[in-house]
Write a protein that binds this ligand. Structure first.
Ligand code: FA5
Length: 339
């Protein structure tokens, strides 16, 4: 009969030599050195060993355990495995999926602005910007909004207290109430033809409700060239609607009034909201009024143009089915994480 201690030793030596990775090594540890492992089983055989041989058997079994443990450590070192846990220490399962880190993301309005810039960029529009603190010349006068016009009412605007700096009129400053101010600033410094969009924040003391906030974003468009017509305006808006909302979107222009465009229109877009199609007002538009061209030194006999101004929050709300504009500014990450 073969000696069980010798047999276990040669089996362990063979198995250890065949081990090629940390997983097999861990398997070996459990098989030989675990609480129900072969070394433990060897010790249980001590009971059946004749009494006179017990001390020798016990000694040799202990030596074998020490030998296997040191061979195990040696093999572990050779494999460069630092992840194999020692018996009793808590196990680390490196194959368990970890906790994914939460990545930040751009705000849905910033995403919308980026997409709008991209869509209009593809249509040949450059991006222009202007100051949020404006003088009343750029916010009103140059836009053909005269002194007594109700749009200038202090109840409808955030006027600032300090006196004027660079205003042509020397008048009041205010937080701009529309991005149309940028039309004036661009035309003052650029010779036609012009094709720009101007995204930005605007401010109005509107009462907050599901569709109004006192700070929101608009995107202005301005196209100036010779022989520009209302058909060019409509074509541009249709192309935009298809590129941004999809080929099924339709647009509608409703006659309206803005002091800086003539004729003027409200722009509605028909789009799917849940399961129904609906007309939604997105902004205003029209042909640039000759008085505006005169204010910036363009000859209204030579130059023609169209302009539009769209509410960016309204666009985002339509696109993503957001039913309350206030959610966009409450900064609840559970809401913002959806976009
Ligand atoms: C204007 O501001 C004009 N400057 C637009 C324009 C530009 C007309 C160029 C002609 C030529 P209006 O006040 O209608 O127009 O505002 C445009 C859009 O801004 C609205 O249709 C709406 O989408 C958005 N808007 C207006 N007020 C608010 C508000 N309090 N909160 C959120 N969005 C608003």
């Amino acid at each position: 009969m073969t000696d069980p201690i010798d047999e276990l030793e040669s089996q362990a030596t063979r198995d250890l030599a065949a081990i090629a990775n940390a997983q097999d090594l861990e398997q070996f540890r459990i098989q030989y050195m675990g609480s129900k492992g072969l070394l433990k089983q060897l010790m249980t055989q001590l009971k059946s060993v004749p009494p006179d041989q017990k001390p020798l058997f016990g000694k040799r079994a202990n030596e074998l355990r020490g030998k296997i443990e040191s061979l195990f450590e040696q093999r572990k070192g050779e494999l460069g495995s630092s992840t194999t846990p020692k018996s009793k220490s808590p196990t680390l399962d490196i194959t368990e999926p970890g906790l994914p880190p939460r990545l930040g993301r751009t705000h849905v309005i910033t995403q919308t602005l980026d997409e709008l810039n991209e869509v209009f960029g593809r249509m040949g529009f450059d991006v222009a910007t202007g100051p949020e603190v404006e003088d009343d010349y750029h916010n009103f006068v140059a836009l053909n909004i005269p002194e007594q016009h109700p749009a200038r009412d202090p109840l409808d605007n955030f006027y600032l207290k300090h006196p004027a700096g660079d205003s042509k009129q020397g008048g009041n400053h205010l937080l701009r109430s529309q991005t149309s101010t940028i039309q004036i600033r661009v035309m003052e410094t650029t010779a036609p033809p012009i094709r720009i969009i101007a995204p930005g924040r605007v401010y109005r003391p509107d009462e907050h409700d599901a569709t109004h906030t006192s700070m929101f974003h608009q995107i202005e468009g301005l196209y100036v060239d010779r022989n520009v017509t209302m058909a060019d305006l409509k074509t541009t808006l249709i192309q935009f609607a298809h590129a941004y909302f999809g080929p099924e979107a339709e647009i509608r222009l409703r006659p309206s009034f803005f002091p800086f465009t003539e004729p003027s229109a409200e722009l509605d877009i028909k789009m799917r909201v849940k399961d129904t199609w609906d007309w939604v007002e997105l902004g205003g538009c029209g042909m640039v009024d000759p008085n505006v061209f005169e204010a910036v030194g363009y000859d209204p006999e030579e130059w023609t143009g169209f302009a539009f101004g769209l509410g960016v929050e309204r666009i985002a709300m339509r696109k993503y089915g957001i039913t309350d504009i206030r959610w966009l500014f409450e900064n609840d990450v559970r809401f913002l994480r959806q976009f």
